[in-house]
Ligand binder design. Sequence first.
Ligand SMILES: Cc1cc2nc3c(=O)[nH]c(=O)nc-3n(C[C@H](O)[C@H](O)[C@H](O)COP(=O)(O)OP(=O)(O)OC[C@H]3O[C@@H](n4cnc5c(N)ncnc54)[C@H](O)[C@@H]3O)c2cc1C
Length: 285
Amino acid sequence: MKSPAFDYACPTTLADALLLLASGKGEARALAGGQSLVPMLAFRLAAPALLVDLNRLPELRSIAIGSDGVRLGAMVRWRQIEDDARLASAHPLLVAAVKHIAHYQIRNRGTVGGSLAHADPAAELPGIAVTCEAEITAMGTAGRRSIKAGDFFLGPLTTALRPEELIIEVRLPPWPARRRWGFEEFARRRGDFAMAAAALYYDLEPGGRASNAHVGVIGVGDRPQRLMQVEAMLNGSRIAADTIAAAERAAAAAVNPADDIHATAAYRRALVGTMVERALRRAAA
Ligand SMILES: Cc1cc2nc3c(=O)[nH]c(=O)nc-3n(C[C@H](O)[C@H](O)[C@H](O)COP(=O)(O)OP(=O)(O)OC[C@H]3O[C@@H](n4cnc5c(N)ncnc54)[C@H](O)[C@@H]3O)c2cc1C
């Protein structure tokens, strides 16, 4: 199907983009990579009166790495993350997750802000943002505010963003050297959305025990979620075979997936346990 009719604007300043968005009174939508919005228009799942194209706003395209962590501008594309050699040490978990996103062509277009705003429960970046306690900066004509990733995703394709706000950037907190981490994903075909994925990390105390464990899962609920029970089990433990097996069981018990056209709830529950187990084995190695 073809898209419904819409007006189109391509501002060259952020201030103009925000004014245009506000002028739509809830009927305007940002256009970033178009990898989700354009199909939604074609399927008539969205019918905005105005599209505000963000592609000519260079201030949203930077990747900044500093003492406060990694800041990804909203218009940073997946390919840019893959190509930025600094991120291999500044945030290896992010880089590993992005490699699982879609195909080369889509990674050339899809953006950080688009993925966060679209809030697909099976998308990688929202999962990384929640696992890493990222902060999302939103901006409207009234000013900017910071939203914790854990408060940002409200359900499938639903976020705390107001209609007149744009995502400006997301900040991932600093990543210490020697942090242990793992990312594991299962999809039917390479590049498909995750049927389940696990993103996790922990720090090693001098005695060899884990601390600061963060365990997130993707694709097994209506939004990405952290598994606090599993984190509590890992903190203070040595990450060895028995802990990993217990974490696998605890992860499967902690999620509550629904049956859908791709898999039964029982299958997904088992799968998420396996993803956590593999990610922990990778981290421990
Ligand atoms: C075939 C296919 C396979 C894919 N597979 C995966 C996958 O495996 N994993 C994955 O994570 N993603 C996947 N994607 C999604 C893709 O990677 C993009 O992340 C996604 O399309 C959103 O980014 P975009 O830049 O294209 O956003 P758009 O499609 O332009 O916009 C999406 C939504 O976000 C809003 N928006 C965009 N930017 C902003 C902003 N700065 N502030 C506020 N709102 C904004 C738009 O208004 C719209 O509602 C896939 C897409 C396709 C087409």
